[in-house]
Design a protein around this ligand. Structure first.
Ligand SMILES: Nc1ncnc2c1ncn2[C@@H]1O[C@H](COP(=O)(O)OP(=O)(O)OP(=O)(O)O)[C@@H](O)[C@H]1O
Length: 636
């Protein structure tokens, strides 16, 4: 692909110019090194070339075979500086999933052939079936192999333009040379390659055809590398024999030392710029050209969804430890709560204790779910942002696949909790309905926790930030659930806030479920309200009084039936409430489902905002943005 950068100027707020009148023409098959001192504008230029988030006004433009970026975006491969990929998958699996997104028209066998070709081209055969791993955490492939896999992900679609951001950073000289040799092989197939590079060795530098030198956002030189050492010598720059050319170039761009005449140095730099100008202004070179590049087709929404779903299943299977930890956590919490509240008596004091036990079970599910997601998603967020910026799939497809698998997982853990804690505590098991309702409420709470966790972790870039936000979201659930103070007695705005608390509806539903008993025929209130506390255990009523309780209540047991218990807990004044226990449970479950839907939709909203922010520098779509600044995607 032919890339023509024409007087590109990027100005950010405050009038600072990141790039100033940068021009160059890169021909198909050229391998160009983008060099300059730190802060010279290399990354800014590379980001502009791929339309990544740049806040500022852009003058001039970039065309690709004479076309705009939008028309050719899918033909551009961008290798980010960080090797962002699924660490639980092998290089072959990462490449295979990429092929499913990028080459949907090809059969599975043809996609496999492309993957194998990339593996061969990048010398990945030896490590193709080893887990990528995470440096310092999970042993996996080497740094160089990760880097090559990262390059491979961009090569799957056979891009016509390959942009690499510091591909050799973190690699030793041997690995760097081996990688750039591989990139050269790609360039030789006609792919235009542009790479930012920091102090390459002479051998690595020699693999490039041209160099674009930037200094303070301006072009210092653009042209062939061959003969450059002689040109520098002719211009009067000192070129001691044996000094590597990249080092010489960076020295040339550095501010002159005290012993050097600044005007003379500036004159020499101008001479270097003149060399550039002669090649850029050459009409024959600047004419739009390059072979026609057909736009690469991406998979449709359903195809994306199927691949993402498959990848998520594999990812969850590989991340077994996380799932096991969450399961063990659920069982341990259920066991602990079950043993603390073991086999509650059916006396008055147990009424309040049943409320606490139900709340604790609900609360721990919420907490585990929110923490689990907030801990795990930020690592995936980086992959999501890279892949959506490369237009591999729509953010909604990613979210749907993720939510589908997550819903199954989040609904599984409460089974363990109910199986362990319910019989241990001796909660209402009058009928199977009671147990099923309890499980259903726990499952929704767990999903709500995951929904909130997702909203947080989709918004922020790191686990640390996500985890520091979580307590702020969990505390209100604890305080406004109606456990410590009845929700009706809460002062404003806490009362209003309690209407959006998962814990409020979960407690109301589980407590109503617990005290939804069938009235006992043999319970004669007139007898048992004044009855002998010593016979408490033989009371035919739902609840009886101990001697202390009777004494404290003035010699009368106020609570005998399940309905009395609900009145005692002020559950007869809750909102929402139906005419029967079943209706009340149902309405509270509907409220929980509404909250769940809200969290899940907000999760998608936050994910879309993160995607837009990474792509265009704005959170809102263009039609909602009042900003006058132009993003690279719009103007380039
Ligand atoms: N959005 C922005 N607003 C203001 N200044 C910015 C913005 N983005 C980048 N800069 C500044 O622009 C200059 C060029 O940044 P850039 O990242 O392109 O440099 P670089 O040549 O890639 O540097 P390095 O080699 O250190 O990565 C830097 O001084 C940077 O601080």
């Amino acid at each position: 692909m032919n890339v023509s950068v024409d007087s590109l100027t990027i100005t950010v707020a405050g009038g600072r110019r990141l790039l100033s009148d940068v021009s160059c023409l890169v021909q198909p098959g050229d391998m160009v090194a983008l060099m300059g001192p730190s802060g010279a504008g290399k990354t800014t230029l590379l980001n502009s070339l791929v339309g990544r988030s740049i806040m500022g006004s852009i003058d001039g433009g970039i065309s690709y075979n004479g076309k705009s970026l939008q028309k050719v975006r899918s033909n551009i491969g961008y290798v980010t500086q960080d090797d962002i990929m699924y660490e639980t998958l092998t290089p072959r699996e990462n490449l295979t999933f990429a092929a499913s997104f990028i080459l949907p028209k090809l059969s599975k066998d043809q996609q496999k052939e492309v993957v194998e070709e990339v593996i061969m081209k990048l010398n990945l055969a030896k490590c193709a079936d080893t887990i990528v791993g995470s440096p310092g955490l999970v042993r996996g492939i080497s740094g160089g192999e990760r880097k090559r896999t990262n390059v491979g992900l961009s090569l799957i679609g056979k891009p016509a333009l390959l942009l690499l951001d510091e591909p050799t950073s973190g690699l030793d000289s041997k690995m760097s040379d081996s990688l750039m040799k591989d990139v050269k092989t790609v360039a030789e197939t006609g792919c235009t390659c542009i790479a930012t590079i920091h102090q390459p060795s002479e051998i690595v530098f020699g693999r490039f055809d041209k160099v674009l030198l930037l200094a303070s956002g301006k072009t210092a030189y653009y042209g062939p590398i061959k003969g450059l050492r002689d040109s520098l010598g002719n211009l009067g720059f000192p070129c001691p024999p044996g000094t590597p050319l990249p080092e010489l170039l960076l020295d040339v761009l550095e501010k002159p030392g005290e012993n050097v005449d600044a005007t003379d140095h500036e004159k020499k730099l101008e001479g270097l710029r003149m060399l550039t100008d002669s090649s850029v202004k050459d009409d024959t070179v600047f004419s739009p050209g390059g072979s026609e590049v057909p736009p690469a087709r991406r998979a449709g929404f359903c195809g994306q969804l199927a691949t993402l779903f498959h990848r998520e299943v594999v990812n969850v299977k590989r991340n077994k430890t996380l799932t096991i930890v969450r399961a063990v956590q659920s069982i341990a919490a259920a066991l602990l709560i079950g043993l603390i509240f073991v086999q509650l008596e059916r006396n008055m004091s147990s009424i309040q204790v049943r409320l606490f036990a139900s709340f604790l079970l609900v609360f721990t599910q919420f907490l585990f779910a929110i923490l689990g997601v907030a801990n795990a998603f930020p690592a995936e967020r980086a992959v999501f942002l890279r892949e959506t910026q490369d237009k591999l799939y729509h953010p909604a497809a990613f979210y749907l696949a993720k939510v589908a698998i997550d819903t199954v997982l989040q609904s599984t853990f409460p089974i363990l909790v109910v199986a362990v804690a319910y019989p241990l505590i001796g909660l209402n098991s009058e009928s199977a309905d009671r147990v099923l309702w309890f499980y259903f409420i726990m499952a929704i709470v767990s999903n709500c926790g995951a929904g909130v966790g997702f909203m947080v972790s989709a918004a922020v870039p790191s686990v640390t930030i996500a985890l520091s936000i979580v307590p702020g979201l969990v505390m209100p659930q604890l305080l406004l659930a109606g456990i410590f103070i009845k929700v009706d007695d809460l002062v404003q705005p806490f009362n209003a806030l309690s209407y959006v608390m998962v814990a409020r509806y979960a407690v109301q539903a589980t407590v109503t479920n617990e005290f939804a008993c069938t009235a006992k025929q043999d319970c004669d209130a007139s007898v048992w309200r004044l009855g002998d506390p010593n016979q408490c255990s033989s009371s035919p009523c739902d609840f009886c009084c101990t001697a202390h309780e009777k004494l404290a209540s003035g010699g009368i047991c106020p609570t005998l039936t399940c309905d009395d218990a609900l009145r005692f807990l002020a559950m007869d004044e809750i909102w929402p409430r139906g005419d029967s226990h079943e209706e009340t449970i149902f309405y509270n479950v509907v409220a929980l489902l509404c909250l769940l839907l809200f969290f899940r939709l907000q999760g998608l909203n936050v994910l879309m905002m993160s995607y837009r922010k990474a792509t265009t520098g704005r959170c809102l779509p263009c039609r909602f943005s009042r900003s006058k600044s132009v993003s690279s995607e719009v103007s380039v």
